[in-house]
Design a protein around this ligand. Structure first.
Ligand code: BGC
Length: 354
């Protein structure tokens, strides 16, 4: 595995890029800064390779401003209302960094720390084991959390994310991966033509600050019904309170686990019709945040001069539901001493048509 210098983090730690490859020519470039996936080259239906994730050419780009491009997100992916929760009778206050709410781990989340990276190769493929020990009290969270995340690029063009964590005090944990995809190729325009199928009968409706209302709502008859393949753009402009609250799709969908909670089941299938590129996601998680890049506004200049305008990338972040520490009816996100947090998501790339 190739390993190249990528600069120095604000804390003085060296940052490196690890290039994972497989025999089919797929290449994933990953840095130990924030576990960020910098680039991902996959073939189209004619065997032409292109980079399908958004990001920057240099570390400086990520340090200056990044809406979590490619990043490993923690301790808690998604929002916690007003950055507050009570656990075992004890109130906790987290950093707030999204209006009044806490988002994606706070001001300095797992996307902005340097992870210890250990490259490996095995019969599945090649990858990196990323480790980070988050100190007790970091961003307001209780307990020392030891997180270990394994990225594997397999021989059959899948990126596998295995998340593991332990703690010495009860704490919320909800780790995810925040790559922004454009399967037509990075910098090739908006993602509204991507045809999406979601294995979700329900979604998590939100208020205007993107905090869950508490119910899980049936998708039937709403623009959130992706049970049959449909373009992202087909209904995104409809007059709909939930689309208004998210400024587009920015909602957690409730995956249909078919009685297999905690097992790897289908979450999403995405086809980009002009290139035939397909991404299929399986996860052990109960939910997935589907974000249609609504807050990209043309102000970020990305790789090779790309300008990221409105909806030029989308994210599919496998996770537990937002604000779970304050929502007693949602599956628990609390990890206790002696327990093991485990989560697995598989993003597989292929092509359709000829
Ligand atoms: C959130 C969006 C947010 C984006 C970048 C997504 O996970 O749901 O609201 O703008 O991340 O921070």
């Amino acid at each position: 595995m190739e390993r190249t210098p990528f600069g120095t983090a604000p804390g003085g730690q060296p940052v490196e890029v690890y290039t994972l490859t497989n025999r089919q020519g797929v290449e994933a470039r990953v840095t130990n800064y924030g576990g960020i996936i910098l680039g991902l080259r996959v073939p189209d239906r004619h065997g032409r390779f292109d980079d399908v994730v958004l990001g920057y050419d240099s570390l400086a780009g990520y340090l200056a401003e990044s809406p979590y491009f490619g990043a490993l997100v923690g301790r808690y992916g998604n929002r916690i209302a007003r950055g507050r929760f009570t656990l075992d009778g004890q109130p906790y206050t987290l950093a707030t960094n999204n209006g009044v709410n806490h988002l994606h781990g706070g001001l300095k989340g797992f996307d902005k720390v340097v992870w210890t990276a250990a490259p490996f190769e095995n019969d599945q493929g090649m990858g990196l084991v990323l480790t980070y020990v988050s100190p007790d009290g970091e961003e307001g969270y209780p307990g020392t959390l030891t997180a270990r995340v394994t990225y594997t690029l397999t021989g059959d063009n899948a990126l596998v994310f295995d998340y593991h964590a332990t703690t010495d005090k009860a704490t919320p944990v909800n780790l995810t991966q925040h790559s922004y995809f454009n399967l037509a190729g990075d910098g090739k325009g908006d993602i509204l033509g991507h045809v999406v199928t979601l294995n979700a009968d329900r979604f998590v409706p939100i208020d205007p600050t993107s905090i869950p209302l508490g119910e899980l709502r049936d998708v039937t008859g709403t623009p959130f019904d992706f049970r049959r393949p449909i373009a992202i753009g087909a209904r995104i402009g409809q007059e709909d309170e939930q689309l208004r609250n998210g400024q587009g799709y920015d909602h957690c969908v409730v995956l249909d686990k078919g009685g297999k909670a905690g097992e790897l089941t289908l979450a999403a299938h995405v086809l980009e019709p002009t290139t035939g590129r397909v991404m299929e996601i399986h996860t052990t998680e109960p939910g997935m945040q589907f974000y249609s890049g609504n807050f990209l506004d043309g102000s970020l200049k990305g790789k090779k001069g790309a300008v990221y305008h409105h909806r030029h990338g989308f994210a599919m972040e496998t996770q537990h539901f937002p604000d779970s520490p304050n929502q007693p009816s949602f599956p628990s996100t609390i990890l206790r001493p002696g327990e093991h947090y485990r989560s697995r998501s598989v993003y597989r790339f292929s092509v359709s048509g000829s």
